[in-house]
Design a protein around this ligand. Structure first.
Ligand SMILES: [Zn+2]
Length: 274
């Protein structure tokens, strides 16, 4: 499932689930706007690895700015591969699906986001939401956003970020909100892991005599990027998001029903407990 909508939707689905499960004692979110914000950051994080492809729709989210950044990411990734590759790894001519498609990228981006949010609190969380939401909208609606000017996407992201600034009390800790980025990136990696090409998940750790070997599911279980399985997954994740949105917005979280009984009726509400 390398298609943008599936990446964005799976990030939102997993993000919503984690937002409901993480207990408040661990710094988990305790209000509905914060749970939605967590999911928004995860959905955008699920597009982040493909910023290494200047051709990808997601790289056009913020016009020339994100395209320029994308070129930098692609070149840096390519240089990194060629600096760290073993003699058995082929010379890298294109940085796509390399450095940003590793476990370390998932952990590093989450740690950076957590550090920012721990230092600057809500301002950093809202700023990050703004940037990642732009990526999520591009990912989710590639056809619509192809026609819409990038300024429209930027405007929509800014509007949602403004709403978050107004209504989200920022109840989650910096570490928890930062983990939303890691969750998003990991969801992206899982999606690419099951495609024909796979990803260099643990690179540049040596695997046999190679450092940048692609890993993936066993061959018969791999899917075509834009094939029918992608559509099935997209439908499944969309349903998961809708059901969870209903549960979150009505205050009936899945956590209450089965996973964590300790999260009682006060786990998620519009405002933090007084
Ligand atoms: Zn990818």
């Amino acid at each position: 499932m390398v298609m943008g909508p599936t990446h964005a939707m799976s990030g939102a689905a997993v993000g919503l689930a984690v937002a409901q499960i993480l207990p408040a004692q661990w710094g988990g979110v305790t209000t509905i706007p914060d749970a939605l914000m967590f999911a928004g950051i995860a959905a955008g994080g699920a597009l982040l690895p493909d910023l290494d492809s200047p051709q990808a729709t997601v790289s056009r989210s913020f016009g020339p700015l994100s395209q320029g950044l994308s070129r930098v990411v692609e070149n840096a990734s390519q240089t990194f591969v060629n600096l760290t590759r073993s003699r058995k790894d082929p010379y890298c001519r294109n940085g796509h699906r390399t450095a940003t498609h590793t476990l370390w990228f998932a952990l590093g981006t989450g740690a950076a986001a957590a550090a920012l949010m721990s230092a600057f609190g809500k301002a950093a969380a809202v700023a990050l939401l703004f940037v990642l939401l732009g990526l999520a909208i591009r990912g989710l609606l590639p056809e619509w956003s192809k026609k819409a000017d990038w300024l429209v996407i930027t405007g929509v992201s800014a509007l949602v970020a403004w709403a978050a600034w107004q209504w989200a009390p920022n109840s989650g800790s910096g570490v928890v909100m930062g983990s939303a980025v890691t969750i998003g990136v990991l969801t992206h990696l899982a999606g690419d892991f099951i495609t024909k090409r796979g990803i260099p998940l643990l690179a540049p750790l040596p695997l046999g005599r190679q450092r940048w070997r692609n890993l993936g599911t066993p061959k018969p279980l791999r899917i075509a990027a834009a094939g029918p399985t992608d559509k099935v997954l997209l439908t499944a994740f969309t349903l998961m998001v809708l059901v969870q949105l209903y549960l979150v917005i009505t205050g009936t979280t899945i956590a209450q029903q089965s996973l964590v009984p300790a999260l009682t009726e006060s786990k998620l509400r519009w405002w933090p407990a007084l």
